[in-house]
Design a protein around this ligand. Structure first.
Ligand code: BES
Ligand code: ZN
Length: 859
């Protein structure tokens, strides 16, 4: 451990924590933003409790100027001064005399800036149809940016109540966490809007938004008025978000068995927003694509995104807002849980979307990172603010949600729900830790939850379960070992408590088995002679399965007896084994061939995912063979489905049609599909409603893939004049799908020249790094403009943008070298993981592609 030379010797973890000698109880805050000069001024009175005599009071403040400080109690008043410690992001307040224990009232006057980095109290701008620019002032405080707006105890466990007053122009809307209590005229033609006192909550959940917003009429959700807010002109895009908001709010109140903790709920669409959305209690903020949508033209995937995000944030109103993690190492409690609940709510809302099946893709994305040596455990030490920022990754969200789902399926849905409800009631208005959740679940289920879950939460990685037939023919042998793409000597000795769900077919019929594997190996006796066995029945296990070759042949001969998520698992486990070097590439091709008759969207997505990876890794000379294989596999499937929607078909079928067309027209380079897609695009352009919504994204991708300069110009124009956030997003990212270098160069310029919002530019850059036609040029562009990007983009987007390097298979040493000298602030372990993923791809290429240039095991 690392010690600092300071009066109080502190560990490296402790220097980032405020002293425990003083705690806030209640804040009265008055703020006046200046939307012309991008500044604000404020004052606050904080009721604090001092627990021991102190010489100074420390609280967080960043990019603020403090003008006045005083401390009072009854008639006793101490004047003070503030010193700002920029490095530790805090203000140190000192007073004439020592401060004695007890309750005090701390008054601070301060000033700050409305920054353009999409954190703290920041500005967002948009143009109206007449081309006039309008400015909004809004907040994003998670993880540690409330301190940029108000001096405060900016730690999740320092819960307090808040009472806010905003002084704004008469014509502006002012929104915060609670309903408006009073509104009265103020000086200079302004108005003073006072909000009701909040519940006891953490600073990162405070929010205030000021601008020319409009709101829908409220809908009443069991007594809670729920509205959607938008900038003028977008009213027609609000209905869907409001509907799913109302549904999920109700769903959660019932699931948790606790009423909604706020007095109203506003869903607010903000034109510039770093994340997808933020769960401020009662005032959830969103990027526009995650809330505003036109149901008549959006694809099913775009609608699902809105349903997901709205449900996710609503789930947080209880899990996160009412009960909050003690510290940022426990952020998984918030995010994994909200992600899990989001699936439950969307699944309840639209069962035919089969949301738990498509969650298989998210689980796979988590495993792709968690199979690396550079992965981390779900719960992981957090010291500094950038450590906290680095925690919002696929391990927190998707692995976290996966292990919760695995637990829920193991305990039973109702037992699990009861434990959650108990946990929330025990800790409401307070903070909790991971162990508190296991305690509640153990009390409700009477199962050893903690022992099992500790292996998933505190260890990095996950196991691969090997399955073999017992020599008696009536049993199977199971063993576990850590799954790693690159095995390092002496590493990977972890063991898990693995809840195994197994379906076996014997001569006595099909039987189901539940087994907790707690050691390296176990045997399972079966009721008869084994025909085939499927491990990970229901697909909710967070592990990979590797069958012996006879058992693999058995299970792939019984595909018609498996559910879609089980078939998905068979394909994606095979693909993972190939990438890890546990199986040859030709095993994947042979497997894919068995799925010619597959009809499920998500199973196809698993197959297409393998081909997309190959597309990135192979050299130019291998591409024709790859393309031919894609066509051979997909053409019959598309022919079966047809190009025209069939009356009464499920939405998943029309989405599958879109996926198959998209893959054939791009990866497959099928000239007929490309020609037909272009015809459809022409039709769509003249009459947007004339083409099925789920085909449009694929058609746009194909037009870009085969596009000319004229197409590029048209897409760019459509991006700039789009009517919906979804259209804007489609045309923007399609610019990165073109193939001509000069067009792609223009798209690169757009990441920095102000044509693309900084909320999107990093993702456009990422896409360009993944386009095989321009990836190395995009990489050179990124290196050259690194400092500009770091200065312009929201901090949390930089590690994500860097995900693009995973496709730079021919420049791996250069990529490694670059990141040795360029550190990424909220990179956490993410950058290291991108670099290892790139090494995995290079190793794969050397193993599978280099030695067999003539044919890739393709027939
Ligand atoms: N709490 C997060 C937003 C957030 C993320 C704040 C990172 C600070 C740093 C919010 O609940 C969230 O998880 N949003 C997701 C969308 C969700 C549907 C997965 C996001 O922003 O991507
Ligand atoms: Zn969340």
């Amino acid at each position: 451990m690392h010690y600092y030379d300071s009066a109080n010797v502190q560990t490296s973890a402790e220097v980032y924590r405020l002293p425990a000698s003083v705690k806030p109880q209640h804040y009265e805050i008055r703020l006046e933003p200046d939307l012309k000069n991008f500044t604000f001024s404020g004052e606050e009175t904080v009721a604090i409790e001092v627990y021991e005599p102190v010489n100074e009071i420390q609280l967080n403040a960043l990019e603020l100027t403090i003008d006045e400080v005083s401390l009072s109690r009854d008639s006793h008043k101490l004047s003070g001064k503030a010193e700002l410690d920029e490095v530790n992001e805090r203000a140190i307040l000192s007073f004439d005399t020592k401060v004695e224990p007890g309750r005090w009232s701390l008054r601070i006057k301060f000033r700050g800036i409305l920054n353009d980095k999409l954190h703290g109290f920041y500005r967002s701008q948009y143009k109206d149809p007449a081309g006039q620019t309008h400015t909004i002032a809004t907040t994003q405080f998670e993880a540690t940016d409330a301190r940029r707006a108000i001096p405060c105890w900016d730690e999740p466990a320092a819960k307090a109540t808040f009472k806010l007053t905003l002084v704004v122009d008469q014509n502006l809307a002012a929104i915060s966490n609670t309903a408006i209590e009073s509104e009265k005229p103020a000086a200079n033609g302004k108005k003073e809007v006072t909000f009701r006192q909040t519940i006891r909550m953490s600073t990162y959940l405070l929010a205030f938004v000021v601008g020319e917003f409009k709101a829908t009429d409220p809908v009443d959700v069991a007594g809670t008025p729920l509205r959607v807010w938008y900038v003028p002109g977008k009213e027609a895009l609000t209905r869907y978000g409001q509907e799913v908001g109302a549904f999920s709010l109700n769903f959660f109140a019932n699931y948790y068995g606790i009423k909604y903790p706020g007095d109203k709920l506003d869903l607010i669409a903000i034109p510039d927003f770093a994340a997808g959305a933020m769960e401020n209690l009662g005032a959830i903020t969103f990027r526009e694509t995650a809330l505003l949508v036109d149901e008549k033209t959006a694809s099913r995937a775009e609608l699902e995104r809105v349903a997901d995000v709205v449900s996710h944030e609503n789930a947080h109103m209880w899990f996160g807002d009412l009960v909050t993690m003690q510290w940022w190492n426990g952020i998984w409690l918030n995010e994994a849980f909200a992600t899990f609940m989001e699936m439950l709510a969307v699944d309840a809302w639209k069962p035919h979307w089969e949301r738990w099946v498509s969650f298989g893709l998210s689980r796979g994305a988590a495993m792709a990172v968690d199979g690396l040596n550079s992965t981390r455990s779900i719960e992981y030490p957090v010291h500094s603010p950038s450590d906290a920022g680095g925690m919002f990754d696929v391990l927190t969200y998707e692995k976290g949600a996966s292990v919760l789902r695995m637990l829920e399926q193991y305990l039973g849905a109702e037992e699990f729900r009861k434990g959650i409800s108990r946990y929330l009631r025990e800790h409401e208005y307070g903070n909790a830790e991971t162990g508190d959740l296991w305690d509640a679940l153990e009390e409700s289920s009477h199962q050893p939850v903690r022992r099992m879950m500790d292996t998933w939460i505190f260890q990095p990685g996950f196991p691969i379960i090997s399955v073999e037939k017992g020599s008696d023919g009536r049993s199977i042998k199971l063993s576990q070992k850590r799954f790693l793409y690159l095995r390092e000597p002496g590493k990977g000795t972890e063991q898990w408590h693995v809840p195994l769900m197994i379906k076996a077919a014997t001569d006595k019929g099909v039987s189901e088995h539940k087994l907790l594997l707690t050691s390296a190996e176990a045997a399972l006796q079966l009721p008869g002679n084994l025909k085939w066995v499927l491990v990970n029945q229901g697909g909710s296990g967070f592990y990979r399965v590797r069958y012996s070759s006879d058992l693999l042949a058995g299970v792939t001969a019984a595909l018609d007896q498996l559910s879609p998520i089980e078939r998905f698992g068979v394909v994606s486990d095979t693909w993972a084994a190939v990438v890890a070097g546990l199986a040859p590439l030709k095993e994947f091709f042979a497997m894919a061939a068995k799925f010619r008759n597959e009809t499920d969207l998500n199973v196809w997505r698993a197959i297409l995912g393998g081909f997309a990876y190959l597309d990135t890794v192979v050299d130019e000379q291998h591409r024709p063979a790859m393309q031919a294989e894609v066509r051979r596999l997909l053409t019959p499937a598309l022919e079966r489905l047809g190009w025209e929607p069939k009356p009464g078909e499920s939405e998943l079928q029309s989405q599958l049609r879109g996926s198959l067309i998209g893959a054939l027209g791009t990866q497959g380079e099928d000239p007929q599909v490309q020609a037909r897609a272009r015809e459809l695009y022409a039709k769509y352009r003249n009459a947007p409603g004339s083409v099925d919504n789920n085909l449009v994204p694929a058609i746009i991708a194909i037009v870009a893939h085969t596009g000319s300069e004229a197409d590029y110009k048209e897409f760019k124009e459509k991006f700039k004049t789009a009517r919906t956030p979804q259209d804007e997003q489609r045309y923007l990212y399609a610019l990165a799908d073109f193939r001509r270098p000069e067009l792609l160069r223009d798209a690169m310029q757009m990441t920095l020249n102000g044509e693309v919002r900084t909320q999107n530019a990093p993702y456009l850059m990422m896409e360009l790094m993944m386009n095989t036609e321009c990836r190395y040029e995009a990489w050179a562009f990124l290196k050259q403009n690194w400092d500009k990007m770091a200065a312009a983009y929201p901090e949390n987007a930089i590690p994500r943008m860097c995900g693009g390097v995973t496709s730079l298979v021919d420049q791996q040493p250069d990529v490694d070298q670059f990141f040795k000298t360029h550190k990424v602030k909220q990179g956490g372990k993410t950058i290291e993981q991108h670099l290892e993923r790139l090494r995995v791809a290079v190793a794969f290429k050397q193993r599978e592609i280099a030695p067999a240039p003539a044919d890739l095991g393709l027939k």
